[in-house]
Design a protein. Structure first.
Ligand code: CTP
Length: 412
């Protein structure tokens, strides 16, 4: 498990050094990010020595003499991907205000926006600053957004005053981290099969029919499900993506291979999320040699491939089955039709003509159509955020299913 520890500029910054040790003792890998203010109190070298990792100090390298150690200007996205939890300790009133308003003017604030991992914030400041209405409002905004706040302790403060404002004790902070991580493991014990990417239907050794698909959406779902505790099997067509960490991966080429791979593995799974853009047709004949051109019209006969989603959903039993619909018009109508025709539990529909949605983008705009009649229209968001929302809906549908099964049992 990887924790990114954000250290901000307060007297309590030195306590974050002990916190690094404490987290490591619990088996966490800690990546430290320091704000400019934090570096007025403690040097990056202290944290680098303790964490055994380079300390990240600025978004675009650091003109003020600190460590200019970023591989690239998009490092915050790479760190966001690797982070299982973002902990900020100590957190100043300033960083809390920036998080609340979505400002992104340094590495830590940018990371906060780019990450979908759970966030724990341990404030430390003067008692009047802590109690100020502006600060309290910002804290409430974060709480409402699901950020876990580790309330500061009462006591003697560095400024000479007494009251609430001391950084919470290490054990309280570590307990909050554990709790936040546990809340994220709501797919523990589930076995999730994900299909992703396009399929390629070969015509001859040089040519094939395919669909446009980068695989990004399916890979984001596989990665998010694994992070939430599921055992994930990813069956993928040819894409330019690396299999996410902790996911069992099987590469396939054609719809037939994908179908076969799914059939062999589906029995063991409790959830199927079929995001692949499977070709609906394949050439009837696959030529062993390259077809030579001539002046005559060329006719290629195509036959239907098996609809993997429909087949899985037809025999789904207690499984939750999720499908995707890429539409260009009448999105809601077509998606609802697909939901019932294919017997799925959830259809993730996107209008591929919308700006910022569909193929090759890192963002998507989707509506989730559930079997129990709920429609959830989501705004434009990153594909990893969409993946989290899909899994939230899977968890909700699972509990609806379990409740219905329990009611049925009790009425027998
Ligand atoms: N799907 C599948 N096997 C196929 C075709 C599609 O598993 N042979 C799945 C996709 O992974 C996706 C959903 O079915 O989850 C898409 O359904 P489909 O009817 O193919 O949708 P579109 O191609 O978007 O719709 P249509 O062809 O009806 O316009």
């Amino acid at each position: 498990m990887r924790i990114t520890l954000g250290v901000t500029g307060g007297v309590a910054a030195y306590k974050a050094a002990e916190l690094v040790r404490r987290l490591q003792q619990d088996g966490f890998t800690v990546q430290v990010v320091m704000t400019r203010g934090a570096r007025e109190f403690v040097t990056p070298l202290t944290f680098a020595a303790l964490s055994g990792q380079k300390v990240i100090t600025d978004l675009f390298g650091d003109a003020s003499g600190g460590e200019a150690n970023l591989e690239s200007a998009i490092e915050h996205l790479a760190v966001a991907q690797r982070t299982d939890l973002l902990l900020v300790a100590p957190a100043t009133a300033d960083i809390i205000a920036k998080f609340a308003r979505g400002m992104a003017d340094d590495f830590l604030t940018t990371l906060y926006l780019a990450s979908t991992a759970p966030v724990v914030v341990a404030p430390a400041m003067n008692v009047n600053m802590w109690n100020h209405a502006a600060n309290q409002e910002n804290v409430e905004v974060l709480r409402a957004r699901g950020v876990k706040i580790v309330d500061p302790a009462e006591g003697y403060l560095a400024c000479g005053m007494t009251g609430a404002g001391r950084l919470a004790g290490q054990e309280d902070i570590v307990a909050a981290v554990r709790e936040a991580l546990k809340a994220q493991r709501d797919l523990d014990g589930e076995k999730v099969l994900v299909t992703a990417g396009p399929t390629c239907e070969d015509l001859d050794p040089a040519r094939y029919i395919t669909n446009r698909s980068s695989g990004k959406m399916g890979y984001a779902v596989a990665e998010a499900a694994a992070r939430r505790g599921a055992k994930v099997m990813l069956v993928s067509g040819p894409v330019n993506l690396e299999a996410p960490a902790g996911v069992e991966y099987l590469g396939v080429r054609s719809a037939k291979e994908m179908h076969q791979a799914v059939v062999e593995r589906i029995a063991n799974c409790s959830v199927a999320i079929l995001a692949a853009a499977v070709a609906d047709y394949r050439p009837v004949e696959q030529h062993a040699e390259k077809i030579k051109k001539s002046d005559a019209v060329l006719t290629i006969l195509l036959e239907r491939t098996t609809d993997i989603l429909a087949e899985v959903a037809r025999n789904k039993g207690q499984k939750i089955v999720v499908g995707f619909a890429a539409e260009t018009d009448h999105v809601a109508e077509n998606a609802r039709k697909k939901l019932s025709a294919k017997n799925a539990d959830l259809i993730v529909a996107n209008d591929i003509t919308a700006e910022g949605a569909g193929f090759d983008h890192d963002t998507n705009i989707v509506t989730l159509f559930s079997r129990d009649g709920r429609d959830l229209a989501l705004p434009k968001m990153s594909k990893s955020e969409v993946a989290q929302r899909i899994l939230d809906e899977v968890v909700r549908l699972r509990s609806v299913l379990h409740t219905a099964a329990a009611l049925k049992r009790s009425s027998v």
